[in-house]
Design a protein around this ligand. Structure first.
Ligand SMILES: [Zn+2]
Ligand SMILES: [Zn+2]
Length: 274
């Protein structure tokens, strides 16, 4: 499998020059498994992914997994150009909101005409919506998707994709110091590649960020090491105020503190082989 980062920022996009290396777009991750294209989240990064798909000049057929409906994870949804080509097909998955609202209806209400000009009826590609819960789903092509509700103020799914004996897991947005983290440790057991919410340092977390639904670098390392993750840990959902310089220092510091073979801070446009 291949993983490509189109957006690694959390909370809000950041376009300042001193954030251009790790990138300012909010979360969007592309996963390729043989011929299959999987997309996780529709943050502002999905716009560039959409344009890259159009440049491939073939019809697109992909599965889009939304972790939750907080704005930083859906803000790019209607800027995904392949939605406006009728030859394309998408299957979209997401959890129901706390009020029981389905993902499709939640998007419809957030992007109502008062807040956005084009609604779901403007999409011309074939789209099938799937509301999912915790469990394991066979999505064909030898791909299994496992899901787990994370510790976050909105119902938020962590995803684990398994294909050809390899596994890629994405855990954001998630607060690792909350009690539900024990479940996350089993969910991540022996995964090959884990992208984990690391919005804060532990010091920042205990300085007024408790209950905000995010983890620290320390929490990411502790959780993945307890889960027996050995190959790759990717810090992601970077704080929007964190500069490239600061992220590079933190990346170096926490790489040294971890026993995992490859530890990186997620960088926009970076591609990782799993
Ligand atoms: Zn977020
Ligand atoms: Zn969130």
């Amino acid at each position: 499998m291949f993983v490509r980062i189109w957006g690694a920022r959390g909370s809000i996009s950041a376009s300042e020059e001193d954030k251009a290396v790790y990138g300012g777009h909010t979360t969007c991750i592309e996963i390729r498994a043989d011929e299959r294209l999987l997309i996780v989240d529709a943050g502002s990064g999905i716009r560039n992914l959409g344009n890259s798909i159009l440049r491939e000049k073939k019809s697109a057929n992909a599965d889009i997994f939304l972790t939750h409906t907080h704005l930083d994870h859906i803000v790019g949804f209607f800027m995904f150009a392949p939605f406006y080509r009728k030859e394309n097909t998408f299957r979209i998955y997401g959890p129901s909101s706390r009020s029981g609202q389905k993902t499709k209806d939640a998007l419809d209400s957030v992007f109502s005409p008062d807040y956005w000009p084009i609604g779901l009826s403007g999409i011309v590609a074939a789209v099938k919506w799937n509301d999912i819960e915790e469990g394991a789903y066979d999505i064909g092509g030898g791909l299994t998707v496992k899901t787990l509700f994370l510790e976050h103020p909105a119902p938020t799914l962590g995803y684990r994709f398994e294909h050809g004996g390899k596994s890629v897991a994405l855990v954001f947005d998630h607060e690792s110091y909350a009690p539900g983290n024990a479940k996350v440790i089993s969910f991540l057991q022996d995964a090959d590649f884990v992208a984990f919410d690391s919005q804060y340092t532990e010091e920042e977390y205990y300085n007024g960020k408790q209950g905000w639904g995010h983890s620290s670098f320390e929490g990411a390392i502790e959780t993945t090491e307890k889960a027996g993750v050995k190959k790759t840990l990717l810090f992601c959902h970077h704080d929007p105020d964190r500069t490239d310089k600061e992220l590079a220092i933190l990346e170096k510091k926490y790489t040294k503190q971890s026993n995992i073979k490859n530890v990186y801070a997620a960088k926009e446009n970076a591609v990782y082989e799993v």
